[in-house]
Design a protein. Structure first.
Length: 153
């Protein structure tokens, strides 16, 4: 099993491992996991500075609002690292990234819209998802909730 599954088990929260075949989009992944697109939560790696990252948990039907996130963090500039840098920072390939079992425990910000919901996160490997209670997961990760996204168009 992946280090992500080991980490979520060690966190002591309830979870289900969802296995599915290859997917090419958020919509395909949601269908494969039999969840609504809004409950398939992408873990995005955001860079604040050199070797300073955070995880932003973004529902599948939403996208990061850069102005909201910059205001929340009190910074004027943020960026998303390339795939190789994200893998170096987390230990996971893009499309499988999760805060659970990451190479380093970066801060976690979950969009307010997932509060109180059961969500599906990446599990560190292609074709596997972790279904967890968002509130329990964010608490276990020492994260916080904030309004940091907008509906995707």
């Amino acid at each position: 099993m992946s280090s992500a599954v080991d980490a979520v088990a060690a966190a002591g929260i309830e979870y289900d491992v969802i296995r599915h075949g290859p997917v090419g989009s958020v919509a395909e992944a949601a269908a494969a996991q039999q969840v609504e697109v809004r409950d398939l939560v992408k873990t995005l790696v955001v860079r604040r500075a050199d070797d300073d990252y955070l995880f932003v948990l973004v529902p599948g039907d939403r996208s990061i609002s850069w102005p909201k996130l910059r205001t929340l963090l009190g910074v004027s500039r943020l960026s998303m690292p390339d795939a190789a840098t994200a893998k170096e920072a987390t230990g996971y390939e893009r499309g499988t990234i999760t805060p659970f079992g990451s190479r380093r425990p970066w801060p976690v910000i979950a969009d307010d819209s997932v509060r109180g919901r059961t969500i599906s996160l990446g599990a560190g490997e292609r074709g596997i998802g972790l279904r967890v209670n968002a509130d329990a997961a964010v608490k276990a990760l020492g994260g916080s909730f904030a309004d940091v996204t907008d509906l995707s168009s």
